[in-house]
Ligand binder design. Structure first.
Ligand SMILES: *Cc1c(COP(=O)(O)O)cnc(C)c1O
Length: 235
């Protein structure tokens, strides 16, 4: 099992198995292929195997890689999933159709500013901090709610909120991982009720090491890197 295409089929089969086990509809969980630190060629290999949605966490890397990928593909969708500095927002809005790592109100205002300038609608997830040792995401329910409310009140017309994203703590303790996903799901349910005008149906949770638990807990999108593209080499 070592080509990207073989690994993709293997992971899809595992997602289907987890869906079945959780009593969920088949293919109700979307697969985002996280290609950070992997080449344009690796992305193209996945694309030729039928993968259209990709995740990247660094804007500069995503920008140079996907400027090329877009020239040779159709219907490719790029999601920014890493912490986003304000000075990178313009490029992020230009290259991506989705920003999953929205973790502060000021970022929403910055995204709206650039999306308006490009006359482009951009989909977002609100990222919530649910695990002890991860650092990203809104730190409290109050701050998260304030951001959702800001969008619900129509202050960011080029931003389309689609749901929430979270990262579980990096630990072998599966109960801690599960608790993090449960917290995200329950928080999302509360906010959906509070802001019924928004379409907050998506839950982006689960990575190579914990996607089966995430699917049991209601994930609608798993973000898988290593299990598709292999280990990342950080140089
Ligand atoms: C890198 C990354 C992933 C993918 O991680 P793997 O363990 O390689 O599957 C998922 N989500 C985010 C936010 C990431 O930065």
């Amino acid at each position: 099992m070592n080509t990207v295409s073989e690994r993709l089929s293997e992971i899809k089969a595992k997602i289907n198995e987890a869906e079945k086990k959780a009593g969920r509809e088949l293919n109700s969980v979307k697969l985002l292929a996280v290609s950070k630190f992997h080449s344009e060629e690796a992305v193209m290999e996945a694309y030729r195997a039928g993968q259209f949605s990709f995740g990247e966490n660094r804007v500069q890397e995503a920008y140079s890689k996907f400027s090329e990928v877009y020239k040779n593909t159709e219907n490719v969708e790029l999601h920014i999933i890493g912490q986003l500095q304000s000075n990178k927002v313009k490029k992020a809005v230009e290259i991506a159709s989705f920003i999953e790592s929205v973790d502060r109100l000021s970022l929403i205002k910055e995204i709206e500013k650039h999306a308006a300038a490009f006359n482009k609608n951009i989909k977002i997830f609100f990222e919530y901090h649910t695990g002890e040792d991860s650092k990203s995401g809104f730190e409290s329910y109050e701050l998260l709610k304030e951001a959702v409310q800001y969008c619900a009140e129509g202050n960011a017309p080029h931003i389309i909120p689609k749901g929430f994203m979270t990262m579980a703590p990096f630990t072998d303790d599966t109960e801690k991982v599960r608790a993090s996903f449960v917290k995200m799901r329950e928080t999302a349910e509360n906010l959906k009720k509070e802001f019924p005008s928004l379409d907050l149906t998506e839950l982006s949770m689960g990575m190579s090491g914990d996607f089966e638990i995430a699917i049991q807990e209601g994930s609608t999108e798993v973000r898988i890197g290593t299990a598709i593209f292999g280990e990342r080499i950080y140089s």
